[in-house]
Design a protein around this ligand. Structure first.
Ligand SMILES: [Zn+2]
Length: 135
């Protein structure tokens, strides 16, 4: 039987479940994220964990919510277990667009479109190493 860690990795196909960065696209190891942080009594279960890149995980910390940059309303962060990524996010080249309040807020709190991260993704797209079948 696969370990919980292996199950989480396989389920995510080795990609960050927030920004979709493939492990092959970075030398920093991906991490197991508690969607609801341990600090907020989040359990270590398959239902409360996801694979996150080191950038997203560090920026997320114990955050569970944020303020929508468009409306300034408090909204929860994207939950990869309960929600579908493509309902909330879409790519515009190397820039991630939020389609919903949850998408916009998650992008902001996790720093997904910070300039150095866009630069990193642009490089991966140029070299064809983003791990996308389309590239
Ligand atoms: Zn990420």
């Amino acid at each position: 039987m696969a370990s919980r860690r292996q199950t989480i990795w396989n389920r995510a196909d080795g990609r960050c479940e927030y920004c979709q960065l493939a492990q092959t696209g970075t030398s920093l190891p991906h991490e197991i994220d508690h969607i609801r942080a341990k600090k907020h009594r989040g359990p270590t279960t398959l239902e409360n964990t996801c694979l996150a890149c080191a950038y997203c995980n560090a920026a997320k910390g114990t955050n569970a919510a944020g303020y929508d940059p468009l409306t300034d309303q408090l909204v929860p962060l994207f939950d990869p277990r309960l929600e579908t990524w493509s309902d909330h996010f879409e790519w515009n080249g190397p820039i991630l667009k939020g389609k919903t309040a949850i998408g916009r807020t998650t992008i902001e709190v996790l720093g997904i479109n910070r300039p150095e991260r866009i630069k990193h993704r642009r490089l991966l797209l140029q070299t064809g190493e983003s791990g996308d079948e389309a590239s």
